[in-house]
Design a protein around this ligand. Structure first.
Ligand code: SF4
Length: 363
C-alpha cells in the first residue's frame, strides 16, 4: 500500500486542520521533485496493491506532475496490474479533460470532496466550489470512472435535517459507488475553531438525528455501511482503507505522511519547505506485541464485519478472550459489541459510540 500526500489547496477551508496550504507553481514543482527523490530512496521489490494520492488537493498538480510521480512509483515498486489507484479531487479543480487525463494515467477510483450540495453551507465551509460545480464534477467523473466516491459532512453550522436529506437524495440521484460521511469537528488552528462561539451549530439531539438519518437512509439507497463513516455499493469498498483497518503495512510519501512496516511506525516532517529540503523520517513508535493486539481490535472494529478471533489467535498466538475478555464482556453487556461464533463486531449502537469502545481496548 502506498499513500502519497499532496499538501496544496487553492484556498484553506474554514474547518480544515489537514496538512495543506496555498502554494505557487514553483513550490508545487519542487515538491514533486522531493516526492520523487523520496520514492526512489525507499524503493523495494514489494508488491503494491493500492495507491492513494490524497491531500490537500492532489488535483492542484498538473497531469504531467502526477504522471512523473506514478512513473517513479511504478519504477520503484512492483505495482500489481489490478491495483486500486485512488486520487482525491475537489470540484472546481478538475474539468472533463483533466478527468480523462487521470484515467489515462491509470487511476481507477476518484474520491471527490463535495461535503454538501447546498450553496449556503458550502460558502460557510469556505469551499471553492458551489453546488452546481459539485454536481457537474460528479457527472463528469462518472463518465470516466466506474468507481466514484463522494465525501459529505454533517453537523455543520446552520445545517438542518432537511439539508442533509437533500444531500443524501442527491448522492442517490448521482448514483456514485461510495460515500464517506463525517461529522464536523472543531479543530484547533482552524477558522471555525476561532469563531466557535459564533457558529450556529446543530445541537446534540439534532446531530444524533442526522447520524440516524445517514445510517438509515444510505443503506436504503443501496449503500452498505462497511465502516464507521463509510458506505459502498457491493464490491466498491475502498481496498486501500480496508488495508489500514486490517493492519497492512504501508509506505507514506510526502510532507507529514506516515509509514508502517509491520513493526515500526515513522512519519515525515510536516512542514512543506523542510520536506522539500530533505529530511529523514522520524520514528513515532515501535509497535510492541501489546500495541499490535490493541490495534488489531480497535482498527478492525471500525469495520462492520468486525474482527475474527481465529485471525487474532493466528497472529498473536493467544486467545482474544484471554487478552480482552473483560472488555469484550463489558461492551457486550452494554449492547455495544456482539460475539457471533468467530466474529466480534460492533452493534449499530456500538458504531455510534465507537470511540468509547475503541478506548476500552487500550489496556
Ligand atoms: S480542500 Fe480539503 S484539504 Fe484543502 S483546505 Fe479544504 S478541507 Fe482542507
Amino acid at each position: 500500500m502506498i499513500y502519497i500526500h499532496v499538501p496544496f489547496c487553492e484556498r484553506k477551508c474554514n474547518y480544515c486542520a489537514f496538512n495543506s496550504k496555498v502554494s505557487d507553481a514553483a513550490e508545487r514543482s519542487a515538491y514533486v521533485e522531493a516526492l520523487i527523490r523520496e520514492i526512489n530512496l525507499r524503493a523495494d521489490d514489494s508488491t503494491v496493491e493500492t495507491i492513494y494520492i490524497g491531500g490537500g488537493t492532489p488535483t492542484t498538480l498538473k497531469l504531467a506532475e502526477l504522471e512523473k510521480i506514478l512513473y517513479a512509483v511504478r519504477k520503484a515498486f512492483n505495482v500489481d496490474e489490478r491495483a486500486e489507484l485512488t486520487i482525491e479531487a475537489n470540484p472546481g479543480t478538475v474539468d472533463g479533460n483533466y478527468l480523462r487525463g487521470l484515467k489515462s494515467l491509470g487511476f481507477n477510483r476518484l474520491s471527490l470532496g463535495v461535503q454538501s450540495f447546498d450553496d449556503e453551507l458550502l460558502k460557510t465551509l469556505g469551499r471553492i466550489h458551489d453546488s452546481r460545480a459539485a454536481i457537474e464534477t460528479v457527472e463528469h467523473a462518472k463518465i470516466f470512472f466506474a468507481n466514484v466516491s463522494v465525501d459529505l459532512m454533517y453537523g455543520l453550522p446552520n445545517q438542518t435535517l432537511e439539508h442533509l436529506r437533500r444531500d443524501l437524495e442527491r448522492v442517490k440521484a448521482l448514483d456514485v459507488e461510495h460515500v464517506s460521511i463525517y461529522g464536523l469537528e472543531l479543530e484547533e488552528g482552524t477558522k471555525f475553531f476561532e469563531l466557535k462561539n459564533q457558529l450556529a451549530l446543530p445541537d446534540e439531539d439534532t446531530c444524533a438525528d442526522m447520524y440516524d438519518l445517514i445510517t438509515q437512509t444510505l443503506p436504503r439507497f443501496g449503500y452498505r455501511r462497511y465502516e464507521v463513516s463509510n458506505f459502498a455499493r457491493k464490491g466498491f469498498e475502498s481496498r486501500h482503507n480496508v488495508g489500514y483497518w486490517t493492519g497492512k503495512s504501508y509506505h507514506g510519501f510526502g510532507a507529514g505522511a506516515h509509514s508502517f512496516d509491520g513493526a515500526l511506525r515513522t512519519s515525515n516532517v510536516r512542514d512543506v519547505a523542510t520536506y522539500i529540503k530533505g529530511s529523514e523520517p522520524i520514528i513515532e513508535e515501535i509497535v510492541t506485541r501489546q500495541a499490535a493486539m490493541e490495534e488489531f481490535c480497535f482498527l478492525g472494529l471500525r469495520m462492520t464485519v468486525g474482527i475474527s478471533a481465529q485471525t487474532f489467535h493466528k497472529k498473536f498466538g493467544a486467545s482474544i478472550f484471554d487478552v480482552f475478555g473483560a472488555v469484550i464482556a463489558e461492551n457486550h453487556q452494554r449492547g455495544l459489541l456482539e460475539v457471533d461464533g468467530d466474529r466480534i463486531y460492533l452493534t449499530t449502537r456500538g458504531l455510534a459510540l465507537g470511540n468509547e469502545v475503541f478506548a476500552d481496548f487500550l489496556l
